[in-house]
Design a protein around this ligand. Sequence first.
Ligand code: UTP
Ligand code: MG
Length: 593
Amino acid sequence: MNLILKLASFCRPYWKKALLALLLLSSVVVMDLSIPRLIQRIIDQGIARHDQAVVIHTALIMICLSMLSALFAIGNNYFSVQVGESVARDLRDALFLKIQTFSFGNLDRQRTGQLMVRLTSDINAVKTMIQISLRIGTRAPLLMIGSLILMVNTSKILAMTLLPLLMGTLIIIVFFITKMEPLFRGVQQKLDKLNNVLQENVAGVRLVKAFVRSGFEEERFETANNALTDCSIRVTKFMAAMSPALTVCVNAGMVIVIWSGGLQAIRGELSIGQVVAFTNYLLTTMTPLILMGMLSNTWAAGLVSARRVNEILETSSEVTDKPDAVIFHEKIRGRIVFDNVSFHYGSGSDEPVLKNINLVAEPGEVVAILGATGAGKTSLIDLIPRYYDVTSGKITIDEIDIRDLKQENLFAQCGIVPQESILFSGTVRDNIRYGRPDATEEEVIAAAKAAQAHDFIMERPLGYDSRVEQRGMNLSGGQKQRIAIARALLIKPRILILDDSTSSVDVETEIRIQNALADQMPRQTTLLVTQRVSTALKADKIVVLDKGSIAALGTHQELLISNQIYREIYDSQLGSASDIAEVRADRQESIKK
Ligand code: UTP
Ligand code: MG
């Protein structure tokens, strides 16, 4: 019921068109219903009495009515299509907007393939349901009720004889409709699964090839594909039984009418015209029934889809602004404090990913976060822009709890370079300007220079106008990373978050990027996630994360002396000779010059 109301609220803006469609439809039904009456008149008053004028006159009326009825039906179609398409467009908009508000936690739970199916196939099913309802869906019951009344009006006795048959037919239809809905839900679920497999495979087709896993993937796809086919066949088989069942009912009705009506006509209790009109009304009662039976699948599918679309619309984002959320009015200093923060992802194990993190990043400091893979580095920095909310403890920026901030304002302070660089199709310039479309050419170039991207961009014939393919396919990993860094720098963030963002860049270039970042005035607070000790060397603070806890905290020199774990990492990566550090520091100096 709730669902229907929700759907109705989407139709409301188009109620005038919908009403017009229904009015036109009612006129069509009235005209359709008057045809058997006119046939009755031709037979009884024209043919039986040899009155040519009545025959011609009535036939002309019938032709006019038919033409008018066709015209009105076209009008009804036109408005129904408009209403359906408009509602579908609004639904797509609403879904899209909703998905934009989803937090990372929501998105982890909604698989991409599922969201795609809801945005496309499900909305189409809802659209078809609306259009069908405004056309045949309303026409059929109106025709049926009208015909029933006129049948009784033509001959009460004959109508009463048919009553049990009509009831039986109705029961058959209700049976089919109720059975059909769960079957359709099954089909949509199977379609979801297929889309998930498809989505993963199309996105990762190179990997599948590289690992020679196409056999395995084919099997996985085939399983999903076959499941969908089986389910669809089952639905179709079930529905296939319905039409013949209803045809039998119609034919039985005809036999009853001709038999009993014929006998009554012979006895002179009914005119031939009445019998003919009655058979016509019987047909107009039964045809809509069959039509409705056939439409019931559209309705069942539409309702299932409407429910699925509604599920998304009713999901509320896990991270939302407080009603009294504040914004930073002035430029922030960028002091970030983690105050006893613990965190675990909602799904799966309850084992916390981060445990009692206490950490302060002073304005302008570079804090390097070092740790083995899976230590929780990405999780830690994802908490700063509130991609996820902390489970306990709090994070403050300039002494304000980030949960009290408007999220948009929070985003505006943070330049984020995610672990996986995501680029959109378009030009290099558009990709760098993504966060600030109004940036000037000089600003774009300055950001690209700082990210050490300018040179390789200029080597391309079209420079900043060169095309970036979907997901940056035509760029190397390091090139993508540098464009992503330039994109983050362009918004001139007070807080810069680099998640292993130079992992694919050679060491020399990495040092140049670090130096360029250090030269920015005033310096932004930088959180630098890395697995390489060499990247962390010059940071003001180094945090060593181990299984979600801080294992060590201090400068390189301090940690080298005091911390066993850090020394082990250092030794394993750069060798035990401490002079390597000096060589490295020398090289940094020389590159800087
Ligand atoms: P992280 O993604 O924070 O690790 O996952 P990391 O330190 O950045 O690792 P690398 O260097 O990028 O490889 C920390 C833990 O959180 C879990 C993972 O299983 C991992 O053990 N995790 C991560 C989730 O449960 N859900 C997620 O969405 C992401
Ligand atoms: Mg990570």
